[in-house]
Design a protein around this ligand. Structure first.
Ligand code: CA
Length: 232
């Protein structure tokens, strides 16, 4: 089924070019040219993704983001920000946006972000691992992402903040081969003094805490020459 994207953007030229590009990739695209129209569409029609400009007539993108989340909509939101709005993108992420792209952007980059966000929700909705809000089950492992708590076969597991972050990243990408570099970047960010060996040490620790036989892991699998895969 085609995935539906709402684009809230007042630059008609951009709506045309980006809309055409998205449609050529098979998406169904709806456009709102100001904040009020955007809120109406976002809360009344089903979308798989919302592309949201920050500078909009009537109601800016940040207010709109707040209002959409307040209305109980969890649709992924990709913010479009101008270079001068670095503060806004941080505020936007805190208000519930999922990602952002800075204008002027490369269309290929934007398409990649769109695909990544849609893939994330597809995984979350299709694999039926979600057993409640913020609660995911993988075999005997249950992850409570809101409270940052993990149980294994019903027994609470004590993880460091970094181990939890790593486990959550694995759980968000089940069945996907993840390189050590990607894990480093996503879980550790660009921290000085972190090396791929750091990833291996944390994986070893997670295996000790979560795998029935850590030397023969069944959940966090080593992918030779690549990194790791969360198997479920
Ligand atoms: Ca604008």
């Amino acid at each position: 089924m085609s995935r539906r994207i709402l684009m809230v953007e007042d630059e008609e030229e951009l709506c045309l070019t980006l809309g055409d590009r998205l449609r050529s990739e098979g998406y169904v695209v709806d456009v709102a040219l100001d904040g009020n129209a955007g809120l109406d569409k976002a809360t009344q029609l089903p979308f798989d993704l919302i592309i949201l400009d920050i500078m909009l007539p009537h109601r800016n993108g940040l207010d709109l983001c707040t209002d959409i989340r307040r209305a109980g909509q969890n649709t992924p939101i990709l913010l479009l920000t101008a270079k001068s709005q670095t503060v806004d993108k941080i505020i936007g992420l805190k208000l519930g946006a999922d990602d952002y792209v800075t204008k002027p952007f490369d269309t290929l980059e934007l398409m990649a972000r769109v695909e990544a966000l849609l893939r994330r929700t597809l995984i979350a909705s299709d694999t039926a691992h979600a057993i409640g809000p913020d609660l995911f089950r993988f075999g005997s492992i249950v992850i409570d992402t809101r409270r940052a708590k993990v149980t294994c076969a019903g027994i609470p597991v004590s993880l460091t903040a970094r181990e939890f972050h790593l486990l959550r990243y694995f759980a968000e990408h089940p069945g996907v081969d993840l390189s050590r570099d990607e894990l480093l970047e996503q879980v550790w960010g660009h921290m000085a003094g972190t090396f791929t060996r750091t990833v291996d040490m944390h994986v070893a620790s997670l295996r000790q805490k979560l795998e029935p036989s850590p030397k023969r892991p069944e959940t966090i699998i080593t992918v030779p020459g690549v990194g790791y895969r969360f198997q479920c």
